[in-house]
Design a protein around this ligand. Sequence first.
Ligand SMILES: *[C@@H]1O[C@H](CO)[C@@H](O)[C@H](O)[C@H]1NC(C)=O
Ligand SMILES: *[C@@H]1O[C@H](CO)[C@@H](O)[C@H](O)[C@H]1NC(C)=O
Ligand SMILES: *[C@@H]1O[C@H](CO)[C@@H](O)[C@H](O)[C@H]1NC(C)=O
Ligand SMILES: *[C@@H]1O[C@H](CO)[C@@H](O)[C@H](O)[C@H]1NC(C)=O
Ligand SMILES: *[C@@H]1O[C@H](CO)[C@@H](O)[C@H](O)[C@H]1NC(C)=O
Length: 628
Amino acid sequence: MLLKLFTFSLLLRLCLSVPDDFTTLLSFKISADSSSSLPWSSSSYPCSWLGVTCHPTTHRVTKLILNNSNLTGSIQTLTRLTQLRYLSLHHNYLSMIPSFSSWPNLKHLYLSHNGFSGEFPAGLASLHRLVRLDLSYNNFSGQIPLMELAQLPHLVTLLLEFNSFTGTLDSGGLSISPLAEFNVSENALSGKIPDFLVNFTVSSFSGNSRLCGKPLPLDCYNGGFHSKPVAGNDVNGKSRVLGMKKKVRNSIEMMIISVCVVVLISTLVIVTWCCYRFKGKKMKVKNWYNGKYGAVKPKESTVDDQEMVCFEGCRGFDRVDDLLMASAELLGKGSVGSTYKVEIAGGDVVVKRVKLRESISTRAKKRNIAGYLRGNIGGLRNLNVLSLRAFSCSKDELLLVYDFLPNGSLFTLLHGNRGPGRTPLDWSRRLKVALGAAKGLAFLHSRKLVHGNLTSSNIIIDNLGNPCISDIGLSLVLQMPSSLNSPYRAPELVQATHNSQSIKSYTKKCDVYSFGVVLLEILTGKTAWMEGEGNLVNWVEGSMKQEDWKWEVFDFEMLRYKEMEGEMKALLEVALLCLVSSPSQRVEMVLVMKMIDDIKVKDMGSGEFQESISNGTLTSGSSSFSEN
Ligand SMILES: *[C@@H]1O[C@H](CO)[C@@H](O)[C@H](O)[C@H]1NC(C)=O
Ligand SMILES: *[C@@H]1O[C@H](CO)[C@@H](O)[C@H](O)[C@H]1NC(C)=O
Ligand SMILES: *[C@@H]1O[C@H](CO)[C@@H](O)[C@H](O)[C@H]1NC(C)=O
Ligand SMILES: *[C@@H]1O[C@H](CO)[C@@H](O)[C@H](O)[C@H]1NC(C)=O
Ligand SMILES: *[C@@H]1O[C@H](CO)[C@@H](O)[C@H](O)[C@H]1NC(C)=O
């Protein structure tokens, strides 16, 4: 028993000290995968994502293979994956490379066919386990640090062809002993090939016109560019010949330089043009509906049978066609459908495209969906609910139009871009989001509506930091229940058999449970899908069994608000009340809202929170709910 407790706490320590690879992968996806080529869904276990391999016990990412994935930009984020052994990113459009020093365990590194440029990356000395290094087909320049490479005891493969490396292959007399595969062809290297490389074939060195010595046919002292130093003007005849040679060489050099300048300028023009074009393509997609993002229907039929239902008028898009013809940008693909930002004269809107499943393509069921959206959702206007502006329901597809809010979801605010460069989300903003979301959900419940799939991803933050709940009732009316092992799923739903998990079994109390999970995310800064310990709820409950638990549970970004500890504990208590496993014992949303409101107003000191919740708020709160 004692031993078990000990191992458990050890595991917990381990968990806490380990950076969250899940978040790292997600933020890499956000920064590098603007074309959404990686089929990674934040609702599945990250170690099962395509291209990701984890260590079986520590659950850290050890292998990442993302070749041919249209990735762009920097790979700086990936330096947080400190347990990587194998990294393959060939055939992408990546351009910025960090120092190697963050990957002390790396054995295989494949970065060929990208747009990396600049000097050979620093930090080679840390890669003492490196076996294969492939930097070919990039735009690297400067010297090849052969002296440092010679320090790597296991290096077998070194591929550097098709770059712009200059300088010599001087290794300071050292050799890379296990080297079996070597290629520096098509660079701008010069000088003598060192002895330890002479047994590689000519094709390893071709395309470097100033290299000489074995195995190349060019001898280094006769005819090679690296000519023997000649003593000055001792003999008249000799010096005259030398002078003429010099003149010829000067003019050749002049020619080479001017050719280089012309090439450089045209390259610059081409690169600028390419960048410009590429950027343009990424940002805006004309005719998005039928374009490369995979529409299924011919344009003509969409116009005819799709009627647009507008609430409070549709500024600039009274016909479905107006939306479909506008420029759009893919924001994301979720479990229910794809989301686009569409540019309309009356202001940007968000369009959600939901492909209807076979089972609900009948006319009656469609009418049911339209009736629900028209009667229950369309008219909802609340500060904390994202307004549905319009919708249109065709034979096999549903289009939902919302206002565009630039700040993104609570999920990205909490978990996106973790690490250097992130602006931490301060405590008062977190509390504001918690309260606003509670108000929004309580408002829905007061209208006899349930949300059905509340997660941090469908709480959207407006430009004033107010949270707005979106996708209300969507998963229920579309009969797309969240997956069985979703951490947001209330225990009574998990226990229900697969067939009986219908709309009827979903109650307001299920929403309350999901909200409790969102509160834990706000407090811990961790995603609801956690590795190892099962999920966030189990993890928090486990951590609280420890003697001295408090600061291990809370997000380290809030360490600076230690004086607010009382408020944080109070919010944690509220979360735990939402997470009570028996639905009948679980609090109502009205009370949750009242309790969170009280945290803010009272500004309690630490220690008093438990008392105030059990004595005051819980018993007196129910009557004071007011709609806004
Ligand atoms: C990358 O982009 C091209 C062209 O846009 C597309 O054909 C290809 O499927 C994309 N690759 C992946 C892995 O999505
Ligand atoms: C990535 O490369 C490996 C081997 O280099 C190959 O087996 C795999 O199919 C490639 N994946 C993609 C998406 O191209
Ligand atoms: C690399 O440089 C060459 C010319 O030096 C240029 O043609 C090419 O487009 C560059 N590649 C990338 C991916 O930037
Ligand atoms: C190159 O090959 C020759 C003959 O096979 C051998 O004697 C020599 O040791 C080799 N040199 C190196 C550096 O491996
Ligand atoms: C070196 O790379 C070039 C260009 O890809 C290739 O043609 C050549 O066969 C390679 N040489 C060796 C020894 O791999």
